[in-house]
Design a protein around this ligand. Structure first.
Ligand code: LRH
Length: 503
């Protein structure tokens, strides 16, 4: 029936995926993939880790151009990771490179901000978990900079790419909910937070109007991408989707009903529940939950769990040290020969946040918490996998506790859904069946919302998810019933709790 293009940018790689709607299924095909590595750039007084924004745009164009060469496109939707943004001057030109959220310019900024606004009030107004890289902290870290003074508009990354494609500057609301400046109840910028900050007026004047997912922004500019056209020959419209990648991933969860937990498993694992209202309690804040906005008025109540980031950097380290490509499947097989739950670390520990060699940092954490060192690669990988499954268990249980909801299944979408051993461990750790797939859940969610935005699909999330579920192969993992194994997971979860207490 129709063809749509999803631009899905992750912090390690980007892709353009075409979806074709036929007989109630969305058939997807990746037409372009590219690396996305931040680059350190000198700046007065230091070095900043930056995204190559214009190069990313060039790759997006190249991918869309390939997609358009294969047939008409009825819509283009863009999603990326959250929090990062570009600043544009009155002429629409970037006033500075787009800084990566992994840059440490925000170190210590939250505590300075809390002199202006009480963290409890900030949470009650925005529902956003404090992470140093939240947009609000990034902005306040560059107070007084020329880039900020010369800026006329702030556009989050997917909105910036959409602006470069269509000339229309809007802020899509699911990604706006990662800024720390949004009121998740009214789904509007939070006047109360902006009023409380010294820099509030300077920030407010940069913010553009908000759009919900599924809004047609406008046709792609013919001078930017002349080849992109619909079946009727008009320039392809750029539409807003869940432009925060996790929001699109949650649309791509092949669930029926609402008794499910989701894990969107990529560089980060985002673990939580889909709710109709945010939870803004002190208990929720203390437990590091965030209320991000979802498609169709929903709230993604979730916790960020790091994990694959740590594993990926271990693998890169071994590759550098040995000069040999590491085979993840073989590493996982060896790791799962090791005794289970022998070592546990808090994967969200600040010391694991920076890129670079990881194994020493993991061993430092093990030593600090009185555990045996992980001496082999298999032991390191097993430590990460067990710790990740435990972190999933903790997040699912805490989300249920805070929301009063019960769930009967955990859906794992994203690259991690291909990791059979992790999926099995997750089923055992949570005590719930795990349904794994689709691995490209984010692109699928993006495409489903594209199709609906231009009228090719109708109905709510249930309907979109039914089409999504019919479009991919899923694997189900049942949890163990072995009492000893269950007891071991219970005991290990108490260890993890003691490691994370007070953080
Ligand atoms: C995952 C993600 C996550 C953010 C992080 C910056 O890709 O969007 O939700 O916290 O990247």
């Amino acid at each position: 029936m129709g063809r749509y293009a999803a631009v899905d940018l992750g912090a390690g790689s980007g892709r353009v995926i075409v979806g074709e709607l036929t007989e109630g299924c969305l058939l997807t095909c990746e037409v372009h993939r590219f690396r996305n590595d931040p680059v350190p750039l000198p700046e007065a007084g230091g070095v900043r880790l930056c995204w190559k924004a214009t190069e990313l745009f060039a790759q997006v164009r190249a991918g869309l151009s390939k997609a358009a060469a294969q047939g008409p496109l009825e819509a283009i939707g863009i999603d990326t990771w959250g929090v990062d943004y570009g600043l544009l001057d009155v002429d629409g030109v970037l006033t500075a490179p787009v800084v990566s959220y992994r840059d440490r310019r925000t170190a210590g900024v939250p505590s300075r901000v809390f002199e202006q606004i009480d963290p409890a009030v900030l949470y009650a107004r925005t529902g956003t978990q404090v992470q140093e890289f939240n947009t609000v902290f990034q902005l306040l870290s560059s107070t007084g900079s020329r880039a900020l003074a010369r800026a006329d508009r702030l556009l989050l990354l997917p909105d910036l790419l959409a602006y470069w494609l269509s000339g229309v500057a809007r802020t899509e609301v699911t990604n706006a909910s990662t800024t720390g400046l949004l009121d998740p109840v009214g789904r509007q910028w939070s006047d109360e937070v902006l009023d409380a900050l010294d820099q509030g007026p300077a920030i407010r004047r940069l913010l553009t109007p908000l759009s919900e997912p599924g809004t047609v922004l406008g046709p792609v500019l013919p001078r930017i991408l002349p080849e992109a056209a619909t079946a009727s020959g008009a320039p392809t419209p750029v539409v807003t989707v869940g432009s925060h990648d996790t929001a699109s991933a949650v649309v791509g969860v092949p669930a029926g009903g609402d008794a499910f937990a989701f894990i969107s498993s990529g560089t980060w694992s985002l673990v939580g529940l889909e709710l109709s209202e945010p939870i803004l309690t002190e208990a929720s804040r203390a437990d590091n939950f965030t209320n991000e906005l979802g498609v169709d008025g929903t709230v993604r109540y979730l916790r960020n769990v790091s994990g694959m980031w740590t594993l990926n950097h271990c693998i890169a380290q071994w590759q550098d040290e040995t000069g040999q490509l590491q085979d993840l499947t073989a590493l996982l097989a060896e790791a799962f020969e090791e005794p289970p739950l022998a070592r546990i670390v808090d994967l969200n520990d600040d010391t694991l946040l920076d890129p670079g060699p990881m194994t020493e940092r993991i061993n430092a954490l093990l030593e600090f918490t009185g555990q045996p060192a992980a001496r082999t690669r298999a032991q390191v990988v097993r430590t990460i996998m067990d710790s990740l499954a435990l972190a999933y268990r903790a997040a699912v249980r805490a989300a249920c506790r805070h929301s009063g909801r019960t769930v009967d299944v955990v859906h794992v979408v994203g690259g991690g859904s291909r990791n059979i051993r992790l999926c099995r461990a997750t089923a055992d750790a949570t005590g719930l069946p795990v349904v794994a797939g689709p691995a490209e859940g984010t692109a699928l969610g993006n495409l489903l919302v594209c199709a609906r935005a231009v009228g090719d699909l109708s109905g709510g999330l249930d309907r979109l998810r039914a089409v999504g579920a019919a479009s991919c192969a899923l694997t189900r993992y049942e949890p163990t019933h072995c009492p000893e194994a269950l007891a071991a997971w219970r005991a290990a979860s108490q260890t993890l709790e003691s490691l994370t207490q007070g953080k």
